[in-house]
Design a protein around this ligand. Structure first.
Ligand code: ATP
Ligand code: MG
Length: 321
């Protein structure tokens, strides 16, 4: 299925982009000040019911195809790049969201980077160092599966991680989180001004749904590998994490680098919202294939003639034999 084949394809794309928007808009936070996590229900599916699931899956399939078309233009144009930041509690569906949304995208133009606890080498640098090195290059999409935001989440909830960062003692004050938010806001402004478009997603799963998914991971042998004992340990800090997430969003949601707080108790809905938001981001760039200049058109014409002559000559010599 090719959506952008002929000129009518462009109309179809515009139509699909318009249809996608209502799925992401309600969850976009551009001003954090008044944001409260409890205003977002992890079970929300907007007007869609569970019987709409098959239809939603069809719409998602179209969205994935559209995303692939837009990504190809992004790559061909080779100017903008897009950074997608995914944050969530364990089992909220980060991995499967990446797998589904990016299933149509050309792997050459998209890189996923997973951030785990920092290595010795990483701890020897400032905390943005490892992120800087993993940023998407021009024309590419980059996905951060966890990110520098962990510096205001796990590091805040477990302050022993902060102690490992070898910061000079006098720089560790009660203002450290406020300062990190400020630095991250500045970092994202810097990226934006360099043509790297930043979109951030918090997949908001409920504690009950996390429990259900953990039990499934324990009981289903094919899912055992996904479960780690440390996941249960982190779950015990649920309220601290929720406070840290809320504060993070309040302090780092901006117009240029918005947060999407995505209801994550229904995976099919999560994927729809994330796909719609990325489509919206790509649409905002006014992408198009590079416009071919006069000289290039002449070159193409010349090449066409050469190939046609070769073909003709080939036919003639075949007829002779
Ligand atoms: P995930 O939990 O993202 O699905 P995973 O289970 O494959 O991935 P883990 O070994 O759990 O991988 O690695 C992710 C862990 O790394 C998370 O618990 C996260 O909090 C931790 N982490 C990420 N960044 C940092 C950081 N800057 N400092 C300390 N811990 C971090
Ligand atoms: Mg984990």
């Amino acid at each position: 299925m090719v959506l952008l084949s002929k000129s009518s394809g462009e109309i179809k794309i515009k139509h699909l982009i318009k249809r996608a928007r209502p799925f992401s808009e309600p969850f976009r936070i551009t001003k954090g000040k008044s944001f409260r996590l409890k205003d977002i229900d992890p079970g929300d599916t907007l007007h869609l019911q569970s019987e709409d699931k098959p239809r939603a899956k069809e719409v998602l399939a179209m969205g994935v195809q559209l995303l692939a078309e837009l990504q190809e233009m992004l790559y061909a144009q080779d100017r903008w790049s897009v950074l997608i930041v995914l944050q969530a509690m364990d089992a909220a569906g980060k991995d499967s969201t990446i797998k589904h949304i990016m299933s149509g995208v050309n792997p050459q133009g998209c890189q996923v980077h997973s951030f785990k606890a920092p290595s010795e080498e990483e701890l020897d640098h400032d905390y943005l160092w490892r992120s800087m090195r993993a940023l998407p290059t021009r024309g590419n999409m980059g996905i951060f599966n966890r990110s520098y935001y962990e510096e205001t989440l796990v590091v805040r909830v477990h302050q022993e991680f902060l102690a490992k960062q070898k910061l000079p003692q006098r720089l560790i004050t009660k203002n450290i989180w406020k300062e990190r938010f400020e630095d991250i806001r500045n970092f994202e402004s810097y990226l934006t001004r360099n043509g790297i478009v930043v979109r951030k997603f918090f997949l908001h799963v409920s504690k009950e749904e996390q429990e259900r998914r953990f039990i499934e991971r324990i009981e289903n042998p094919e899912k055992n590998w996904k479960f780690s004992a440390s996941d249960i340990k982190e779950r015990a800090y649920w309220d601290d994490y929720m406070k840290a997430y809320e504060d993070m969003i309040r302090n780092t949601a901006t117009k240029e680098a918005p947060w999407y707080v995505v209801p994550a108790d229904n995976k099919w809905f999560t994927r729809l919202v994330v796909a719609a938001a990325i489509i919206d981001a790509l649409d905002s760039l006014g992408l198009h294939y590079p416009i071919v200049g006069k000289q290039k058109l002449e070159e193409l014409e010349e090449a066409r003639k050469t190939l046609l002559t070769e073909k003709e000559n080939g036919k003639k010599s075949k007829n002779k034999t």
